[in-house]
Design a protein around this ligand. Structure first.
Ligand SMILES: *[C@@H]1O[C@H](CO)[C@@H](O)[C@H](O)[C@H]1NC(C)=O
Length: 441
């Protein structure tokens, strides 16, 4: 190795070390420019009280989730409280009953019953602006409580964490990630499982510019509203004027709302992998402009329930894309699935171009790419990051080849020799808001 080359490698390693604790990569798609806690020193809270404090205060922060933070029991339980048995529950204890919240009339005339549930999950933690919430390796778990970003919160990154165990037995048991009146939110490499209600919800208030990438929506459950071990309440996009980039995600073992979209917003949905959906994937209501391209639907019973304003790219649409978008598109592919047919060209003529540049994969490469990249603990396996690292460091990492194609299992093998993939090439300053302050008391 020449001196110059060795020096280059050493500098690269130093930078890797310096950035290892923070956010990997940079926000892209509609959430381009999102910097979260920016250059604030990364730190790990010691317990749930400190995590809650750091999430809700007004200081820009890079918060490391380096272990499981367990909120179960933190607000106590509701014992033998009022629930109801909705018509959908035809299978008793393997279905979902619903919590009869005082604030909601959802239960209507359904037969009442009693249930015991954890209180902390009912309301997410109110996250403030300018936060990066970043899991370390595959250790970052928030159990028993979700995250709620609302009322003007902006510039938040949620990366590489697993949110789980929000009263999965019960409808209204809790939502994992809620947006309701936000801007510039990047959700990346997040895993969500065992949730009572929505895995992701954008409420009626505008959520602005959002990117949801490389995340895993794992619908496997023992309490299924569709009585078949699949989760129904998956992704809900209701925000007015929302612009959402949804890409690289793995949505599996669900049975509905994957996603349900409505009310004057734009969703660019590309290069995602749906697997084993016993109900519907897209349910697009009035006002939503959905551009769906280069995705793979594998064993999805109903890829599109209602089309709203939707353009789902098929192989015959290439010239339409070129003439109306000024670029080529990528066709969706479907195997052992229902049909996906929607060609409302008004979507193409009105689609905002703010999504910046993006890499559109041919659908033939989507399944293996998504299975090896989506979810928690996969950051160092990201193909793009590895390539970037190699270019940057000028050396070839000894990472075992991914064996993820087709299996969905995490690749095994010896850990890579170095921490390769957490290079932030160009740290960007906070766009606005309070300046970063030093950490500590
Ligand atoms: C979050 O903020 C809302 C106001 O937007 C408030 O009603 C709610 O109680 C807060 N939730 C928690 C858990 O603090």
């Amino acid at each position: 190795m020449s001196v110059q080359r060795a020096l280059l490698a050493a500098v690269a390693l130093l930078r890797v070390t310096a950035q290892a604790a923070g956010v990997s990569g940079t926000a892209f798609g509609f959430a381009t420019g999102t910097t979260g806690g920016g250059n604030a020193a990364a730190a790990a809270p010691s317990d749930i009280a400190q995590l809650t404090e750091w999430l809700t205060d007004s200081i820009p922060r890079v918060i490391l989730i380096d272990k499981e933070f367990n909120y179960l029991g933190s607000e106590g339980k509701c014992f033998n409280c009022k629930c109801c048995v909705p018509d959908s529950n035809t299978c008793g204890s393997s279905g979902q009953n619903a919590i009869a919240l005082a604030s909601s009339s959802w239960c209507g005339t359904y037969p009442t019953t009693t249930c015991t549930y954890d209180k902390a999950a009912l309301e997410g933690i109110n996250v403030s602006s300018h936060k990066s919430i970043v899991g370390v390796g595959s250790a970052g778990v928030i159990r028993g409580r979700g995250l709620r970003l609302a009322n003007g919160v902006s510039n938040v990154i949620i990366q590489n964490i697993h949110i789980t165990d929000l009263n999965p037995q019960y409808i209204w048991g809790g939502d994992a990630i809620t947006l309701d009146g936000t801007d510039q939110i990047w959700i990346d490499h997040v895993k969500i499982s065992l949730i009572g209600r929505q895995m992701f919800v954008a409420g009626f208030d505008s959520s602005g510019r959002v990117t949801i990438s490389n995340s895993e929506f794992d619908g496997r459950t023992s309490w299924s509203a569709s009585c078949d071990g699949h989760h129904y309440w998956t992704i809900l996009g209701y925000g007015k004027n929302d612009k959402v980039t949804f890409t690289g995600n793995y949505i599996h073992h669900t049975s509905g709302r994957s996603p349900r979209l409505e009310f004057d917003n734009y969703w660019h949905v590309y290069n995602n992998y749906w697997f084993s959906n016993t109900g519907h994937a897209f349910d697009v209501g009035e006002g939503t402009n959905a551009l769906i391209e280069g995705n793979v639907f594998d064993q999805v019973k109903t890829p599109l329930l209602t089309p709203g304003k939707t353009f789902a790219v098929s192989s015959s649409d290439m010239s339409t894309c070129n003439s109306m978008l000024g670029r080529s598109c990528s066709a969706n592919t479907l195997t052992t699935s229902g049909t996906l047919s929607a060609s409302d060209q008004s979507v193409l003529s009105s689609f905002p171009s703010g999504g910046s540049r993006f890499n559109l994969l041919d659908a033939g490469r989507v399944k293996s790419s998504v299975l090896s990249n989506a979810g928690i603990g996969k950051l160092r396996r990201s193909r793009a990051s590895k390539k970037k690292d190699r270019q940057y460091a000028g050396i070839t990492p000894s990472v075992p080849a991914s064996s993820a194609a087709g299996s969905g299992a995490s690749p095994t093998g010896p850990p890579p020799q170095f921490s390769w993939t957490t290079i932030v090439v160009k740290p960007t300053p906070l766009p606005s808001g309070p300046p970063a302050r030093p950490q500590g008391s």
